[in-house]
Design a protein around this ligand. Structure first.
Ligand code: GRF
Length: 335
């Protein structure tokens, strides 16, 4: 898949990528405004490419327009849920957005729409999820006598306010608070939280810790794999404890290299040279490892093909696993 992210020249001459975000609102749009102004700070990793609404009267639309952001509004009345969502989806795609941020969007979403934006759609909810999903979270927090209310940003899944939580801020409940006074303070916290979490989320492909978790999930699915550090770098080995052989290493910007690279065993220098010449944005020669047969896959890119990474892990595992294990695998392949 080609990268859909735009590359921009920074002041210091470096290149940074900015993720394109579409924001969906139904009302005031203060969270949308928080995202928009955060996107205008130097080094913001995202830009707002569209503000869309199911309510043509939503005050947030005017603000977005005045700030030069493309807007789209269409009343949902008379349209089936999936039909309306398809209209919005069309707009989001024509604005070339990579992500969708729901910000006070008061429409339930169709399963089709949610499915199309899996892992790419975030929402903000004014409670400390999993508490008080749905309506009137502030009133419910007060009635429960909670000492703290708060807000959460989460990934959107088909169930309302249910996806994995990406970040939260607690807000103290004050004596005499009403749902309104509490909501106003929670909103201040929301405006801090949402831009921060969105920025982290769209930049996660640069985060060596996140990459390591991803690789670990794939590598530890292979037989007899254990973690093994190699010169301070995280690695994965195969075989019994004594004879365990490294088949993958994660090199985090080693010796000034730009890549957070996964090193795997290629068949030799010829294959490596061929791959690196043909696809230099994916493959590289890890200097530090010399001619030891380790091929580098660049993983700090927005469009990593994780199936391909998995194939390389399997291949490297096969090249390093003891015969008793590869025999088993070969037998099951033939089966
Ligand atoms: C916010 O409290 C948000 O968490 C909730 O709806 C409210 C929207 O406010 N989902 P605004 O339109 O962003 O000002």
């Amino acid at each position: 898949m080609a990268s859909r992210l735009r590359w921009e020249q920074t002041e210091n001459g470096g290149m940074t990528e900015r993720a394109k975000v579409a924001v969906l609102i139904s009302g005031t749009g203060s969270n949308m405004a928080a995202l928009l102004y955060a996107s205008r700070l130097p080094d913001a990793p995202f830009e707002i490419v569209l503000v869309a609404s199911n309510n043509p009267e939503a005050p947030g639309l005017k603000l977005a327009e005045a700030e030069g952001i493309r807007t789209f509004a269409h009343p949902h009345k008379g349209l089936k849920r999936a039909e309306f969502d398809a209209l919005i989806d069309e707009q989001i795609r024509s604005a070339a957005a990579d992500y969708v941020a729901l910000a006070g969007y008061m429409r339930l979403l169709s399963a089709e729409f949610v499915g199309r934006w899996t892992e790419r759609m975030l929402n903000i909810h004014p409670s400390l999820l999993p508490k008080y999903k749905g309506l009137e979270p502030h009133r419910r927090a007060l009635e429960a006598g909670d000492a703290h209310a708060g807000c959460s940003v989460h990934l959107v899944t088909p169930e309302v306010d249910d996806g994995p939580v990406l970040g939260q801020v607690e807000v103290a409940v004050l004596p005499g608070d009403t749902a309104e006074t509490l909501a106003a303070r929670v909103l201040i916290a929301e405006h801090q939280l949402y831009p921060r979490v969105l920025a982290q989320f769209v930049s996660r492909h640069q985060d060596a810790g996140w990459i390591e978790q991803h690789v670990d999930r794939l590598a530890s699915g292979l037989p007899e794999v254990r973690r093994k550090t190699s010169h301070g770098s995280p690695g994965w080995s195969v075989g019994s404890e004594k004879g365990a052989k490294l088949f993958a290493i994660l090199a985090d910007r080693h010796h000034g290299e730009e890549a957070v690279g996964l090193l795997v065993k290629a068949s030799g220098a010829d294959e490596m040279t061929g791959l690196i010449e043909a696809q230099p944005d994916i493959y590289y020669w890890p200097e530090y490892y010399g001619a030891s047969g380790w091929l580098g896959l660049k993983l700090n890119r927005p469009d990593v093909d994780w199936d391909q990474v998995n194939e390389w892990l399997e291949r490297s595992w096969r090249a390093c696993a003891p015969a008793r294990l590869t025999r088993l695998i070969r037998a099951s392949d033939e089966f």
